[in-house]
Design a protein around this ligand. Sequence first.
Ligand code: GCV
Length: 888
Amino acid sequence: MVPKIYFFPPSKRRAGWAPCLGLLMFALAPLAARAQARPAPPRAHVHELFEPSTGPAKGPGYAAWLAYLPVNPALVFGTENEIPDTIVALGENVLEHSSTHELALGWRGMLNHVPRVLESARPAAPAPGENIVVLGTQAEVRAWRPALAGGAALGPDAYRLHRVGDILLVEGGDPRGVLYGAFALLRDIGEEHSLRTLDVTSRPWAQVRWTNEWDNLNGTIEREYAGPSIFFQDGHVRADLTRAAAYARLLASLGIDGCTVNNVNADPRFLLPANIQGLARIAGAFRPYGVRLSLAVDLASPETIGGLPTFDPLDPRVIAWWRDKVDEIYRLIPDFAGFTVKADSEGQPGPWQYGRTQAQAANLLARALAPHGGLVLYRAFVYNNHLNWRNPKADRALAAYDIFHPLDGKFDSNVIIQIKYGPIDFQVREPAQPLFAGLRHTNEAMAVEIAQEYTGQQRQLVYLAPLWKTVLDTDMRSSLSDPPLPVLDLIAGRSVQGFHHTLGGFVGVANVGTNRWLGNPLSLVNLYSFGRLAWNPTLTSAAISDEWTRLTFGNNPTVRAVINKLELNSWHIYESYTGPLGLGTLTNILGSHYGPDPQSAERNGWGQWFRATHEGVGMDRTVATGTGFIGQYPPPLAAKYESLKTCPDNLLLFMHHVPYTYRLHSGQTVIQYLYNSHYWGAKAAAAQVPAWESLHGMVPDDIYNEVLKRLKYQAGEAIVWRDAVTRYFARWSGIPDALHRVNHYPDRIAATGLTLDGYTPVAVKVWETAMGGKGIECVGHASCSASLVWNKPSGWYNVVVQYYDYFLGVSHFTLQVDGHTIDTWAADAHLPGMTMSGTTSTRQTVENVALHRGDTLRLIGVPNGPEPAPVDYIEVTPAAASAAPAKP
Ligand code: GCV
């Protein structure tokens, strides 16, 4: 075999510094040479391989954890001279090509070194003093040097990193394993781990590691928090798929090998021939990274686009339609991964329309896909959203188990039931879904939501791995005499303690968009940790956060300490002001799923109730007196949740209805805990700001500023949550806060209490999200004002204007002291609501304002479009420097 040599560095042994452009040309040279040397494999577009520092989609955060920041090579290789000069791929498939390309990028970025890259080569033993990296499948290594491939068979996607003398060997169970091994090696280098004595074997926990993207053909995304789709635009697949390829690279670096590219509320038009061709282009962009495309499908498609009079899963015409459609897909996408299905849920059509079961629907698709090796990820998120809230036995949490447990064993072997981690819907805390222990003969996968739908929508910092791990680690053993059986073992796709599974895995709803994947640079830790947990769910949240921080921001110990602390505290902080004690996120569940609106969850058919009365709060899900949900768990866990003595405080109100005066294990009453938790959470959210500010100059400025803006906003939004939820429960319970904070805001002046010129008071529907249940709005005027005469001591003050910023319209505000403008700003945050509410409530803080007794503080609001420059209150608190200022 003739080796293909893609790049020889200049005669110098070390490449050293070169002007960026020159370096880039060198690095790209192998790609050009390769393109001429042999025809590209089908749809494996090497020119689409991602360049972190170039490319059309460059921007802060775009390279994410693959920025390949400089490291200290001595820590990794002993001395700089031991950095391998040559990278050799034994094979010539596209995945090994991606691997060498990636290593070359890593060498350049992290080690300031340009290696020689050989492909389809059989290197001789390195000369004395020479160090090389060799990549190949186990079979290729065995053919090259049988003695080196001595370990156990690696299996699909697995890899072994092994140092043999001067050779660093990256060995894969298959070509995808080689790629994963290359990324693992780069991760080790990025974290400055020593590679002098390396021998690590790693294999994925389970077979399925997919993301779901809820993208629509028109380019929008359901629950879109980071800009529009990277795949679709105006009804078709985007012409430029650079971002799709770059996304596949990020996924591959974590070992994620599947991506469902469209919304599970599926548009049947995705199955039209023209769109399948477009999807084939996306699959082509994914292929160099071993990511396989999957599609969410609408079960009614045979009727809606196929022209059949039915979509009954047992009808022979329907069976033939799906078989032909699947064959058509595989003709264009030979490595198509399969279908994701949402049926009979939230308005989606499903088999119940024909009196068929979910298993019959799943098997219909499974049998069409089976000859090609495709899978069906069939979602267990099936429930009735018209439940009778007056019925004390009604409970949405029962649904998945009630529907799917009786069907256990009736699903074909290429069906996997995709189960959300908890029984409700991606809430800030939920117990594990009992169905995980209810499918002994049916494959299962756990779904998490990387997109922060109920957890701050990426405006707020919430690191989700600790939440996911509470579920992964939940012990589902049937008897205390058995060994522990955590959920992570049930989704591993193997037989364990009477569960007979052949496939399993992890699905993460990511919803990446064109705004740097997840918008908030710190939210990327959630995509990263999903991938790492999908590969190895026994990793700790702290270890994953630290890996991500080092790869994203470098190895500076101060930066690591600050960011790790921020990430690791963030879920608990968010939970404490949005849904403690297992209440679930007390958000607006009927629309945006964002700000506080506890009442929206009660007394409707959606079943996210927490049943607050004047006496008590919480869902009684006990077997003894409640909905019986707890009885769906295996006996040991059911016993733990059923008893108030053993039910953990953090799930208390999910499992039990108790009086507000009930004492927690901590000794506090429920009501006082609710107050304290919200005040603590708001304070902790505020403390995140100075923590981040301590990194000024230590992280890139654009990322610093972006994160700072969001953390400041979050600190304000935590106060909105705190006030709304504590007022709500103070009214329901009639029990005041022992610390006299709730409903006492001595430094605030409600907007309705200001002197209004043009502004009019209006009632706010979610009353607890405005002072006195009212705000002011400016309607029918070009501008309005609200003012007060300062009648407290002269001094330096901080002035907060709490206003509402709607999704549409950009109002402008001006704050004046005695006619002098001290601040102007635009309400341009486009928060996800169109009324005064906790969703749109936000604040502007003007620090160190000199106020003298008798001064007039005036707020001028200029409405715009549908946004009437609405205001809640003004708050004036003493500033740190409180000496009386000179009159300006
Ligand atoms: C795609 C929640 C979300 C919906 C989502 C649904 C699901 O209800 O709010 O937007 O629909 O989950 O997972 O199917």
